[in-house]
Structures are given as structure tokens and as C-alpha cells.
Design a protein around this ligand. Structure first.
Ligand code: ATP
Ligand code: MG
Length: 538
């Protein structure tokens, strides 16, 4: 099934139900209205001469334009390229050229960054060209630039003007095109978060992401009438697949609280829209729970949700269940390259399992855990997690060598994560191979030490990394954020560890910080912490 055909059917089936609520833009659309807008936009994009298979970038925070573009490009057979809102000029240049975007949709500004200025710096030719006929020296493939917002900019088309009133022929052609598109055609290029280095562009098909959205929705038992709060970025698979496609495939309502994550906006959205589910990476839930106004919100409508993207401290899970009323909250594990989810807990799995594992393998996916030589290890033994099945990406766009490194000949995706799977199939993510610390020959998983330090009452958040050391190869370093109004010393931390964890697991370096370096998806970049420490330690 292709996304376009599925979309048409779903919109027909749920036509009078609310499909999308965008709180910061005061937009509300039913599935019927969504369909009309999407068809008008798909025809508008086709009138520009954009052909199936061509790449069109979107560089924007969360908004209604984003959602409409996602579905309209799928119907028009275009490959949507998600461009991180935090990208700056050189990253934009890299992304557009890497995948050869012919068109780009952008929003004028986002927080402190002015997208129009950054683009004008890259393509000064814009100021003198006719809209849609750009020839820019530095962006050779880019011809069409489309901006959101009501103002006009030289050389650019306005997004709102793309909503044409399609004539019968155009609608017929769109329908015909929908019949020709194949389920395994590329439909989307998503860049990985860049947690471990440079983001990579994963190419995904209709089949990849539509199915993944469906099974993610199944796992949290979404039904028509459910309302899902989506504060996670749409440019990332968490928002666009688990959020938008999870809702579409179940006739549920997508609720966007704000253009970017903001704890208060999420709490307001859940309370006022009576959301039944809420998504986030662990740091987003921590920010909500710790918000000074938290207690004032009625969150009783919540039933379930998904926490994913990075390891979730057990304490946080417990607070989400008790204080946010999310008794059926689930944990999901995945990666951009696998559309994304491959493990998820069930809403009725025992709580201890849900708080301590990422659940069991998704339907129709295979998994194995292997040692350094590629041999499958016994249950409970850590090793590299490999996954195979419908969800594995087509490849990294234009990078056969990297693709071959990640996906072997038998179709196994090598995740780069270390995990264990127990006799009953519950999976525990131990850490990333790249983050594992080897100190004097001992393998140390930073996650374990983070979990331990997290139990200290004065510790709000903690990250542990390895830093190079002449004697031991690597030494452990902990960065700690102390709870507001509290004081904590290195000695107190060491005393807390003494006798509780093995001596070699006690961090040699301890720093107190206000925040961690993060990706725009809210993930902590350990490699940045390592770099900073390397500089400090000389
Ligand atoms: P990059 O590949 O660019 O370094 P990234 O791997 O963070 O960035 P994503 O594809 O967004 O980019 O994230 C996938 C990774 O996130 C997984 O490989 C895993 O390490 C981590 N992850 C995802 N979900 C969980 C989870 N529930 N628990 C622990 N780790 C998780
Ligand atoms: Mg990765």
C-alpha cells in the first residue's frame, strides 16, 4: 500500500472526525478538510512541474504546513527531505546538495535564526531570478523556493498560493499517478539525529514508514477518538511517522502544542484538548514533571503515550505513570534507519517490565544479538543488536559504502547499539557501542552508572562518558545537573558511590553543569561532552 492511497481511504472513512489541531496557529481540520487541502496542494506542486521521485526539502518547525506537505508530497510521489530546523547555512547546503533537492519549502524564521537570510547568503541569485527559475552557483539542483507566511520574498513562491482549485483532469491525473506509485518507492529522506557525529540521510519507502506508523499505533491501542499530543519534531521520524502516521492509520487526532517543544505548551495542550496520549523523549517528560505549574493541570484524560529516543531513567517512568496518569505508557526503541521503531512495550505488559526494558520486537521484524564475530549470543548476554524486516531503510541516499556498512548482505541492519534480550523476548538497551567505556580492560556501560547516580536525591540529571587516559586507556567522567536550590560536592558524590558500585565504576572526573549539549530532537550528544572534557583535561 502507498501512503497516498491509504491516506485517501482513511480520510473517507473518518471524514467528519478531527484530524489535526495546531494550537499555535489556531488551526483545526477534520479528515475531510485535510483531504481537500492535501489534494489542492498536491495538484499545486504538480503544476510547478515537480515529477515523481524528485526531491523536495522542508526546513521548518512544526506547523500545519508541515503536515500538509507530508501528505501532499506522498500523493504526488515526491521524495520529501526533512531538514533539521537547527541547521545553519553550511548544513543546509550539504543536505540540499547531498540529495539533489529541486525544490525547498521554508518558514521565514525560527527563534533566533533567520532562514531567509541564511538562504540568501547561499543563493544571492534569488534576488534577481523569477520565482521557480533559480540557478544558484552553490545550490546547483535547486530551482524552486517556496516560503511560508504572508509576506513575499524575491525569487520565491508563496506556500499559500500552491493551494489551487484542481480541475477534474488534474484530480484524475493525481488518481492515476496514485495507482502507478509502488509501495517500495522512496518517499522520504530523513537525517539521523547526529547524536554520535554527522547526520546521515536514510532513504525510506511508503512501505517502511506507513507500516511502522501503523504498528506503533497498534502498540498503544489507538482508536478513532484518541487524541495524541505531538510535541516532538515533525522533521524527525518520532513526529512524522510515530505521530502523524500513527494517527492517520487509526483515525486518531494529531495535536501539535507549539512549533518547538515547550513544557508549558504541552501541559496546556493535554489539559485543554483532552489528549489521551502524549509523546516525548525522556528529557521532555522531565521538563513537564518539574515545571513549577505542573500541579495545576488536569491531565486525567491521558491514558497512554510513548517515551523513546534515548534511555529513560526508571524513576522518570514511575513519575510519568503516577503523576501524569499515563498508566499505559510505553517505551519504544528504534532508529531513523528502521522507520524508526523495532521494539515497543505493550500497554498491558507488567509495569516492572515496562520501566526496565524497551519491550518486545515489533510484529514482522526479526532481531538477533551478536558478538564481535557475528555469532548469536545466549539470552541475557549483551551484544550488538541487529534487526531485519519491512522496516529497514532502502539505504543512505547516495552513499553505497555507508549503506553496505550498516546493512549486511543478508539484510540485517547493524544498529550500533548494545542490547540484551531475555528468555521472554524483552529487550534492554545497554548503550551504544560508541559510548561504551573500556577502562583498564573492563567494559563499562555508562547507562548503568547514570541509573545509579540518578538515585541521589540532589541529582536532577546526569551523563557519564569515557575520556582518554594514559594509564587506563579511558577514565569515567560524570556531568551532573543538580536540583534547583541544592548544593552537591564531588566528595558527596564519591561517598555516595563508595561501597555501592565497583571501585572502577566510580567516576574519576565529576563536573557540575547547567545543561548538556543536545540535538534539536532533545538528545544528549555525548560526543560533545567527551570533546569538551578532552579540551579541559588537555
Ligand atoms: P546518529 O545516528 O546521527 O548518531 P542517532 O542514532 O541518535 O544519531 P536516531 O536515529 O534519531 O539518531 O536515534 C536512534 C538511536 O537512539 C538508537 O540507535 C539508540 O541508540 C537510541 N535510542 C532510541 N530509542 C531508545 C530507547 N528507548 N532507549 C535507549 N536508546 C534509544
Ligand atoms: Mg544512529
Amino acid at each position: 500500500q502507498t501512503i497516498g492511497r491509504y491516506f485517501d481511504e482513511a480520510c473517507a472513512r473518518h471524514s467528519s472526525r478531527e484530524a489535526l489541531v495546531v494550537r499555535h496557529q489556531k488551526v483545526r481540520l477534520t479528515y475531510g478538510e485535510l483531504r481537500q487541502k492535501v489534494d489542492a496542494l498536491a495538484c499545486g506542486l504538480r503544476r510547478l512541474g515537480l515529477q515523481p521521485g524528485e526531491r523536495i526539502g522542508i526546513w521548518s518547525q512544526n506547523n500545519v504546513e508541515w503536515a500538509l506537505t507530508q501528505f501532499a508530497t506522498a500523493k504526488a510521489g515526491l521524495v520529501l527531505v526533512n531538514i533539521n530546523p537547527a541547521y545553519r547555512r553550511s548544513e543546509l547546503e550539504y543536505a540540499l546538495n547531498k540529495v539533489g533537492c529541486r525544490a525547498l519549502i521554508l518558514s521565514p524564521s525560527f527563534k533566533s535564526s533567520d532562514y531567509l537570510t541564511m538562504l540568501a547568503d547561499l543563493a544571492p541569485e534569488l534576488a534577481h531570478c523569477e520565482a521557480g527559475l533559480l540557478r544558484a552557483h552553490k545550490l546547483p539542483s535547486l530551482e524552486i523556493v517556496i516560503r511560508m507566511g504572508i509576506d513575499h520574498s524575491a525569487g520565491m513562491l508563496n506556500f499559500d498560493d500552491l493551494f489551487v482549485s484542481p480541475n477534474r483532469d488534474e484530480l484524475g491525473e493525481l488518481e492515476e499517478l496514485g495507482e502507478r506509485l509502488q509501495f517500495d518507492d522512496p518517499i522520504n529522506i530523513q537525517f539521523t539525529s547526529g547524536t554520535t557525529g554527522n547526520p546521515k540521510g536514510a532513504t525510506l519507502s511508503h512501505h517502511n514508514i506507513l507500516n511502522n506508523g501503523f504498528f506503533v499505533g497498534e502498540a498503544i491501542r489507538l482508536v478513532p477518538g484518541d487524541r495524541v499530543c505531538i510535541p516532538v519534531p515533525l522533521y524527525h521520524c518520532f513526529g512524522m511517522v510515530m505521530g502523524n502516521l500513527g494517527c492517520l492509520t487509526h483515525g486518531a487526532t494529531m495535536v501539535y502544542p507549539a512549533e518547538a517543544f515547550e513544557p508549558l505548551a504541552v501541559l496546556e495542550a493535554v489539559a485543554e484538548e483532552k489528549c489521551t496520549a502524549s509523546y516525548g523523549v525522556p528529557t521532555m517528560f522531565i521538563a513537564q514533571l518539574d515545571h513549577p505549574e505542573f500541579a495545576g493541570f488536569d491531565l486525567s484524560s491521558l491514558r497512554t503515550g510513548i517515551m523513546a529516543g534515548s534511555p529513560c531513567p526508571i524513576e522518570v517512568m514511575k513519575r510519568v505513570i503516577d503523576k501524569m496518569n499515563m498508566g499505559e505508557v510505553t517505551i519504544a526503541y528504534g532508529m531513523t534507519e528502521t522507520s524508526p521503531v523495532s521494539f515497543q512495550s505493550g500497554t498491558d505488559d507488567p509495569i516492572e517490565r515496562r520501566v526496565s526494558t524497551v519491550g518486545r520486537v515489533q510484529p514482522h521484524c526479526e532481531v538477533k544479538i551478536v558478538d564481535n564475530e557475528g555469532r548469536i549470543v545466549p539470552a541475557g548476554t549483551p551484544g550488538e543488536l541487529c534487526t531485519r524486516g519491512y522496516s529497514v531503510m532502502l539505504g543512505y541516499w547516495g552513499d553505497e559504502a555507508k549503506t553496505a556498512e550498516a546493512i549486511d548482505k543478508a539484510g540485517w541492519m547493524h544498529t550500533g547499539d548494545i542490547a540484551t534480550i531475555d528468555e521472554e523476548g524483552f529487550c534492554n538497551i545497554v548503550g551504544r557501542i560508541k559510548d561504551m567505556v573500556i577502562r583498564g580492560g573492563e567494559n563499562i556501560y555508562p547507562r548503568e552508572i547514570e541509573e545509579f547516580l540518578y538515585r541521589h536525591p540532589k541529582v536532577l540529571d546526569v551523563q557519564v562518558v569515557g575520556v582518554p587516559d594514559k594509564k587506563y586507556g579511558e577514565e569515567l567522567c560524570a556531568w551532573i545537573i543538580v536540583r534547583e536550590g541544592q548544593r552537591l560536592t564531588e566528595d558527596e558524590v564519591r561517598a555516595f558511590c563508595q561501597g555501592q558500585i565497583a571501585h572502577y565504576k566510580i567516576p574519576r572526573y565529576i563536573s557540575f553543569v547547567d545543561s548538556f549539549p543536545m540535538t534539536v530532537t532533545g538528545k544528549i550528544q555525548k560526543f560533545q561532552i567527551r570533546e569538551k572534557m578532552k579540551q579541559t583535561l588537555g
